[in-house]
Design a protein around this ligand. Structure first.
Ligand code: UDP
Length: 310
């Protein structure tokens, strides 16, 4: 039997490239699309020469033309770091809106299963805690984060429209804060920032008073959840994240301890609309996918720190 083919947009990105590797290991053919705005060729190096791997350099907000059979379209292209979407707000909106529309068009033409990589940002600065999939969110459409949050909310809406109108078999993964090897050193998100600062002896920058919370999930756990969702029957959104919640002060202290850094901590202004708390309710993923994260924050950070050292 011929191998199943997975098209993954943003395949050279942090989550995308881990997924390419896992899919190749699991016997799929992988076609990776990326425009390298934030994706990195280095992420592809371990499998770039694999005969089952194909790279296409393109913008997904332009027409996507890929010949041949495709069984799954995974739309992971995105600019999820606040630093990046503040620098590229229009590209962020285009990849979430036009890019999602084009990726859905490919899935429809190829009769493929479609998966949207959505985000906990659809919940905004949440008034319900922890966040269940049936919470509608609390988002400022005209604030600085609006370009990312609203593009993903639009992406979810158009994904459901394709499901309802064209009967496409669609999946929506709402992915919470994810970290691990392969993140860019200058990514700007909190885990790479703190690790980089700790390893280079610079002050660790805590934004606001550091009491805001996030729940960090190790990359291998997220990739496993994505694969299970891809193969599941569910069409409505599913949270994928680690429910263990930490303040940024707890995180900064843990990273200082694990790196043995002598760096000090400095406090900087809190970015506009920075969510005060975030914790996934993963009961649905447990029930439908038999999935829950296996890697603790401490273990995941140790692996990430050793990669950053390398
Ligand atoms: N943050 C911080 N110092 C940094 C980078 C981020 O204190 O150097 C905070 C940020 O204000 C937010 C949290 O860490 O409260 C997570 O930020 P990140 O950019 O990783 O992603 P977000 O979850 O906000 O999308």
């Amino acid at each position: 039997m011929s191998k199943q083919t997975v098209l993954i947009t943003g395949g050279a990105g942090f989550i995308g490239s881990h997924l390419c590797k896992k899919l190749l290991n699991n016997g799929y053919k992988v076609i990776c699309l990326d425009n390298f705005i934030t994706g990195r060729r280095d992420n592809l190096a371990p499998f770039a020469k694999d005969s089952n791997f194909q790279l296409e350099i393109c913008n997904v907000f332009g027409y996507i033309d890929i010949p041949g059979k495709i069984d799954y379209v995974l739309h992971s292209a995105s600019l999820p770091s606040p630093k990046d979407y503040l620098n590229f707000p229009i590209q962020t909106l285009k990849v979430g809106s036009l890019g999602t529309h084009n990726a859905l068009g490919v899935a429809k033409k190829k009769k493929a299963v479609f998966m949207l990589f959505s985000t906990s940002e659809v919940y905004g600065d949440p008034l319900e805690h922890p966040q269940k999939e049936n919470y509608w969110g609390h988002v400022n459409p005209v604030g600085l984060r609006g370009c990312y949050d609203e593009s993903k909310r639009f992406a979810e809406a158009i994904t459901m429209a394709y499901h309802r109108v064209h009967k496409l078999n669609t999946k929506i993964a709402r992915i919470f804060n994810t970290y691990g090897p392969g993140m860019r050193h200058n990514d700007g998100r909190v885990v790479p920032n703190f690790i980089n600062q700790a390893l280079t002896g610079r002050a660790l920058t805590v934004y606001g008073n550091g009491r805001q919370t996030r729940s960090f999930c190790y990359i291998d756990d997220v990739v496993e959840g994505v694969l299970r969702l891809m193969l599941s029957k569910e069409n409505f959104p599913v949270n994928l994240g680690n429910p263990n919640e930490f303040t940024m002060l707890q995180l900064v202290k843990l990273i200082i301890k694990l790196t043995g850094s002598k760096s000090r901590i400095v406090f900087k202004g809190l970015p506009q609309d920075d969510p005060r708390q975030r914790q996934p309710d993963i009961a649905k993923a447990k029930r439908l996918l038999g999935w829950k994260p296996a890697v603790s924050l401490e273990d995941g950070l140790k692996r990430t720190i050793s990669w950053f050292r390398g």
